[in-house]
Ligand binder design. Structure first.
Ligand SMILES: *Cc1c(COP(=O)(O)O)cnc(C)c1O
Length: 420
């Protein structure tokens, strides 16, 4: 064994010992409720394809047409010669869908978070994130160089304390560097320190919602900006299915709206939506956008078709179907914590706790033909391993009934459904 492999295999052994080793499973079918893994059929309750669009004929035809006309690859970054018509159509379609001035698509949601946060903030600034935000936001917060503060999950008192601190820091900074409105000091500060709050509307691993109205009241009070990641909510909530912010009537108060194209929208990519100025700024400064080859034309065209489908009557029908399946599942199994005041969430975590036990529970479900992988550290905190169950509009009532039988066979205690 080479020294590098010896060292790395030692690390891998530690992962295995702690129930944290991961490996890829080859899926030999499209992303639908029925998947083939290593030749075996499973009912799949793990996909983020919430509206069943990933294998929809409309999206597939749009992708094929784009391949015919624009080829397999974009050939260059957007700012060189890769800004093809399908990318422009997608950006315009996202802006119209979200009801904002402008939008910019990225190759992934991860790239959208990283590029945007790092373009907006540097070491003069403060970034404030919820403890449970997605890894792409955590990584961006670390990379951008701003002071990082984490508030307890959905804890508005904690957030208020942090924003108060950030506000005092900003005031002190301004009075120290800018003693008068003229003179040499003005040249030194090019702008005031920024305070950016980043959170998710529907949380990816707990399936709960941010208290968005309270959060917006706080960010207004302290003059902070809000970046809202609606990765799991886009397509599902609000009259136009724009997301939770639309549903609550607060979308216009969110400075930076983020979403992905690879979940309910059925394709791949990520986006930022907001003002024309914000988007022009990102085109000029988001490094994951500037220094990366434009997405394949097929991906952009499929995403555009996905957005059109979601906006249509068919989109509303699929949302209703999904919400009915969620209601069926929740009424059939006592293991989920009832959260009556909340919107229906397609993400239903079954908290197990211990990593090895979670892997065993996933195995017991697989033995019954149900595929729900165990989610472990570092995706969630240590000792918070869970089965992350998701429903899509492509499931059927009989499929959900089969899932209920399998869950009841697992004999999990009721508190296993709770995430707190
Ligand atoms: C999936 C996800 C992302 C990343 O999006 P990709 O397009 O998969 O890179 C970002 N934020 C949240 C909350 C997500 O769940």
């Amino acid at each position: 064994m080479k020294p590098i492999d010896e060292e790395l295999s030692w690390d891998l052994t530690r992962l295995s010992e702690n129930g944290l080793y991961r490996e890829l499973r080859r899926v030999d079918s499209a992303q639908t409720p029925h998947i083939q893994i290593h030749g075996e059929p499973f009912l799949n309750f793990s996909s983020n394809d919430y509206l069943g669009l990933a294998n929809d004929p409309l999206l597939k035809v749009a992708a094929m047409k784009a391949v015919e006309k624009y080829g397999a690859g974009a050939g260059a970054s957007r700012l060189i010669s890769g800004s093809l018509a399908p990318h422009h159509e997608l950006d315009e379609t996202i802006a119209a869908f979200k009801g904002v001035e402008a939008a910019l698509s990225f190759s992934t949601g991860y790239a959208a978070a990283l590029g945007t946060i790092c373009a907006l903030l540097d070491k003069r600034d403060v970034i404030v994130i919820d403890r449970l935000v997605h890894a792409s936001i955590v990584d961006a917060a670390r990379l951008c160089g701003a002071k990082l503060r984490v508030f307890g999950h959905n804890d508005m008192n904690d957030l208020e304390d942090i924003l108060g601190w950030a506000d005092r820091r900003r005031t002190e900074f301004l009075s120290s560097v800018c003693p008068s409105s003229s003179g040499p000091g003005v040249q030194v500060i090019r702008r005031r320190p920024r305070v950016l709050i980043v959170t998710e509307s529907l949380f990816s691993m707990d399936g709960d919602f941010a208290p968005l109205c309270d959060l917006i009241a706080l960010k207004e009070k302290f003059g902070a900006w809000l970046m809202l990641d609606e990765a799991h909510a886009t397509g599902l909530y609000g009259a136009h299915r724009r997301g939770v912010a639309e549903g609550l009537g607060v979308a216009s108060q969110v400075e930076i709206q983020m979403g992905t194209l690879g979940k309910a929208l059925g394709a791949s990519g990520g986006f930022i939506a907001g003002s024309r100025t914000l988007i022009d700024y990102l085109v000029n400064s988001a490094r994951t956008f500037i220094f990366s080859t434009a997405p394949a034309p097929a991906a952009a065209a499929a995403a555009t078709a996905g957005i059109h489908l979601i906006q249509s009557q068919e989109g509303e029908i699929r949302r209703e179907r999904l919400f009915d399946l969620i209601a069926q599942l929740k009424s059939g199994w006592a293991g989920f914590e009832p959260k009556p005041s909340e919107l229906p969430s397609p993400i239903l975590p079954l908290l197990i706790g211990d990593e090895t036990e979670a892997v065993q529970a996933a195995g017991a479900l697989r033995a019954q033909g149900i595929f729900i992988p165990a989610i472990r550290y570092p995706t969630v905190a240590r000792g918070k391993a869970r089965l992350r169950l998701t429903l899509t509009a492509a499931h059927t009532p009989s499929g959900v009934a089969r899932l209920l039988v399998a869950l009841n066979n697992l004999k999990l205690l009721p508190e296993h459904g709770k995430t707190d």
